[in-house]
Write a protein that binds this ligand. Sequence first.
Ligand code: HEM
Length: 511
Amino acid sequence: MDEAGATFLSYFISFSLAFLVLTLLFKSLGTLRTKNGSVRPPPTPPSLPIIGHLHLVGSVVPKSFQVLARQYGPLIQLHLGASTCVVVSNAQVAKEVMKTHDLNFCNRPQFGSANNFLYKGSSFVTVPYGPYWRFIKKLCVTQLLSTTQLGRFRHIREQEIHKLLKSLAECSSEGRDTDLSRELTGLTNNILCRMAMSTTCLDNVDAEDILGLVREFMHLGAKLSMGEVLGPLGKFDLFGYGKKLARVVGKFDRVLERILEEHEVENSERGDMMDILLRVHKDPNAEMRLKRNDIKAFFLDIFLAGTDTSSTASQWAMAEIMNNPGVLRKVRAEIDAVVGSSRLVTESDLPDLRYLQAVVKEVLRLHPTAPFALRQSAEDCTINGYGIKGQTRTLINVYAIMRDPEAWVNPEEFIPERFLEDSDGMKGGAEGITTMNGGDFRYLPFGSGRRGCPGSSLALTVIQVTVASLIQCFEWKTKGGERVCLEEGSSFSTGLAKPLVCYPVTRFTPF
Ligand code: HEM
């Protein structure tokens, strides 16, 4: 063979070998199988003995997981002490979990707190997918949180907003500051308590008690869930959080029992959520027998799921608007154009306040007040090419998904305009995000699929009308004209790290 032939042959052999090696490599990567043939688990960062990845988790948990996802991919496995979970951090993998495999991921993880829980098996939020969950979900959609029911209680929201505006007007006339975080939590709690069982902070101590107990429950529940990292040791309740939690639920139960009895004695026709649930409870022909504990558990659920989340979102909205004078001007100009200057903005105006809607959407994108959708797989399955075992705790990091630079232009910036028609603030367009029901997996503030949030319409209505009223009626000043600190706190609903203390200055008085 001449020299040219030998060179050609050696090139041919080298190329063939390289091709073979690459083909085998891609094949093994494609199926992600281990030697024994099972599909590989998702990638996991290097861990330490016993604590696993706990040292990688900072005070703002979704942010820590976002950082890890950037390094290790959109589906990772984490070992938090003795507790293992997988974390989903982009839209495509979220879609696989919440749509393609929706039924398989329709359960929620159970934490230590569930074991000796008074309402065990009754909590709509944590109960496994099945007949009871379907029954309550249907009640939510058709009655408890239906459009008709929300419409029936519009006057409650209007009255509570009026009360808030009056108290802020007093602050203004006296030149006092106000803790808007506290005021907004009071507002959402009062609205929910009145819609649920016709009780409020001002008329009745019950609503204040309920808020306090729900707060304590959240605090202890979070601590108890941390006990999960101790594995089987967590069951011994070493720090006594389990017992404290049981006491808090006991107190909540007594308050609720009394309100239930009052409703029964009055045989009331107010049509609040408690009346509806009592009617179902007593209906011999109801699809399912609803127990008293089921009713009380439902209220604990909605206070836990609905109060802080809605209040915190309103706080973020006000904080972002105060820091962005251009946005404030646009929101106000829109309200003035749609509403005029002689009456207070109402819920009927909301469909015409397109820019306000975009502001609230952007607030929920940048500051989702439920940063994780928590799910659990029922059976083994393959997600993003990796094997997920049955009973795997699965955290969909909606915080990371809604800040993903692959989906969003300048994702860390507050740009409400990205949600307006013809905007280019979202890669691939924002048209999908009109209903807020999780149909577009790049935008999931309320989760998606069967276990998506049933309170989203109520939450959006309250947040939008509250923010609109506050902007229409007051100028907002901070001490020394400083920018509001946008640091994120470490609470369950990723609120502002510091309370939003500011000065309202009356601009328009509606009463
Ligand atoms: C800004 C306010 C709110 C946010 C950001 C929010 C967000 C969420 C998210 C992300 C989930 C999990 C969804 C999933 O797994 O796909 C959820 C579930 C839930 N939310 Fe909301 N929510 C809010 C307000 C409310 C309100 C006002 C209520 C009730 C009055 C409520 C009741 C519930 C319930 C009962 C569930 C559990 C549903 C189930 O397990 O089937 N939420 N919410």
